[in-house]
Design a binder for this molecule. Structure first.
Ligand SMILES: [Zn+2]
Length: 74
């Protein structure tokens, strides 16, 4: 099972749909467990940190928008 920070690192690829089916399943599995155990707060925190750590030149603009939207919906 992957942890929050790994899930966050792969989240934009997941949202982009560029991921292999097995990797997608790992993220979905994590999100499912995350909501029940560590809670969305921890995941949201990791995601916020990820966005803060990655300047817009590292992260494609559309990926940033997708992640921000995802964060808003958590
Ligand atoms: Zn988590």
């Amino acid at each position: 099972m992957i942890n929050c920070s790994d899930a966050v690192k792969q989240l934009w690829e997941y949202l982009d749909g560029a991921m292999a089916e097995s990797d997608r399943r790992a993220i979905e599995e994590h999100l499912d467990v995350c909501k029940r155990c560590c809670g969305e707060a921890e995941f949201a925190e990791e995601l916020r940190g990820f966005l803060a750590d990655h300047a817009s030149d590292e992260l494609p603009a559309d990926a940033r928008i997708q992640l921000t939207t995802f964060l808003d919906e958590l």
